[in-house]
Ligand binder design. Structure first.
Ligand code: PMP
Length: 395
């Protein structure tokens, strides 16, 4: 029998990064390719206690089906934290708990995108979002990122295009570039978007991982009063294995997302939500986040210093104030794909930048992850990469 797949899958590709990760499974390769949190910082023992307490004190409820919206005490916790940490007002009834923030992208696609609708997308942008929206046969209109946020003229032009239903952005320590929108750019984006019927999607899994500088207010509710949704995640501040994320949306949008989620998976794992809530209630998450910031901050510092020491000066690299990634740009006309093969033979890996561009550009860029290697391996890996770069530039 001929296999008859749906048209919508024709333009969706396997995640390029997951393919690369297969190559880097060889432990002699120092890999800056993945985007993984450092597992040494997972709160294994405290989670073990939380799991045991949940199962012994409310086992049957924890193992039962539950509501689509998500565990109410967990939603209350998230709402309280937005008020105390970010200065924005969120009602727990405006929150939907999801299976990772990745699921929010799928649900938003289901609720908003018809085939042929356009998504305004950062250039470069998050690969997982390209994959999610492509399933709905969307087109992309890209907006370039400057050091302090999107090019506002390009954004204005993009908003004038037909059927730009969504503008997807990662304003804090973006994946892949590490860039953060400044307060001025946030205000500028809000101004340009005023009166537009394009929904602003603010994806913020890295916002709490700031090592230096001032925290920025979310655009959603902080700057954009109407027509935005805000995504969050426990993956980078606790552990990704729980697959717990959330979306903050006005009631009308949230109710649609609830219906889409019912169709997808009924609800997010009850037991995951209860264990996470128990963990958050019995432990000080702020001091845990502080530990992550301290460790990643040192690893980022080591990577920046090693780059200054070992990279040829033609290579431009961002110096993010938080998150998990640095972004490098080779001189125009050079290809990080070619460099990748040389790097693997020197036992070091990164992610070539082109898959993060929906318009096929970005061949001369690449992403470096610093969260998942210790300082010693960072110094050694950057040195190896510096040697490859010198060889490559000399060709
Ligand atoms: N958005 C961005 C920008 C990400 O980098 C990631 C993780 N790589 C996600 C969403 C998905 O995170 P999760 O589903 O684990 O919450």
């Amino acid at each position: 029998m001929a296999t008859r797949f749906a048209d919508r899958m024709q333009t969706v590709h396997r995640s390029f990064i997951r393919e690369i990760l297969k190559v880097t499974e060889d432990t002699s390769i120092i890999s800056f390719a993945g985007g993984l949190p450092n597992p040494e910082l997972f709160p294994v023992e405290t989670m073990q206690k939380a799991a045991s307490d949940v199962l012994s004190q409310s086992g049957p409820e924890a193992l039962q089906y539950s509501t689509t919206e998500g565990y109410q005490p967990l939603r209350q916790f998230i709402a309280d934290r937005y008020r105390s940490k970010k200065g924005i007002e969120v009602d727990p009834d405006e929150i939907l708990i999801t299976s990772g923030s990745q699921q929010c992208l799928d649900l938003l696609g289901k609720v908003f995108l018809n085939a042929g609708d356009n998504v305004i997308f950062e250039r470069p942008g998050y690969l997982g979002a390209i994959q999610s929206f492509s399933v709905f046969q969307s087109g992309f209109v890209t907006v370039g990122l400057e050091e302090d946020g999107p090019d506002l003229d390009e954004l204005e032009k993009a908003l004038r295009k037909d059927n730009t239903k969504l503008f997807y952005a990662v304003p804090n320590f973006q994946n892949p570039s590490g860039l953060t929108y400044s307060a001025e750019k946030r205000a500028g984006v809000a101004e340009v978007m005023k009166g537009s019927d394009t929904l602003f999607i603010e994806d913020d899994p890295y916002g709490e991982l700031r090592f230096m500088g001032e925290h920025q207010k979310p655009l959603s509710r902080g700057y954009i009063k109407d027509g935005s949704v805000l995504l969050g995640s426990f993956s980078k501040i606790a552990a990704p294995g729980f697959r717990l994320g959330w979306i903050v949306a006005d009631k009308e949008i949230r109710d649609r997302l609830v219906v889409a989620k019912q169709a997808s998976d009924l609800h997010t794992s009850t037991v995951s939500q209860r264990i996470m809530y128990r963990y958050l209630s019995d432990n000080d998450i702020d001091s845990h986040i502080e530990k992550i910031r301290d460790r990643y901050g040192r690893q980022r510092q080591k990577m920046v210093e090693s780059i200054e020491r070992f990279f040829p000066e033609e290579i431009k690299v961002t110096k993010p104030e938080g998150g998990m990634f640095l972004w490098a740009t080779l001189p125009e006309g050079m290809s990080s794909m070619d460099l990748f093969d040389t790097a693997i033979s020197h036992k070091v890996a990164f992610v070539p930048g082109r898959p993060f561009y929906v318009d096929g550009s970005g061949d001369n860029t690449f992403r470096l992850n610093f969260s998942n290697s210790d300082e010693e391996r960072i110094a050694e890996g950057v040195k190896r990469l510096g040697n490859c770069l010198k060889d490559y530039l000399a060709k």
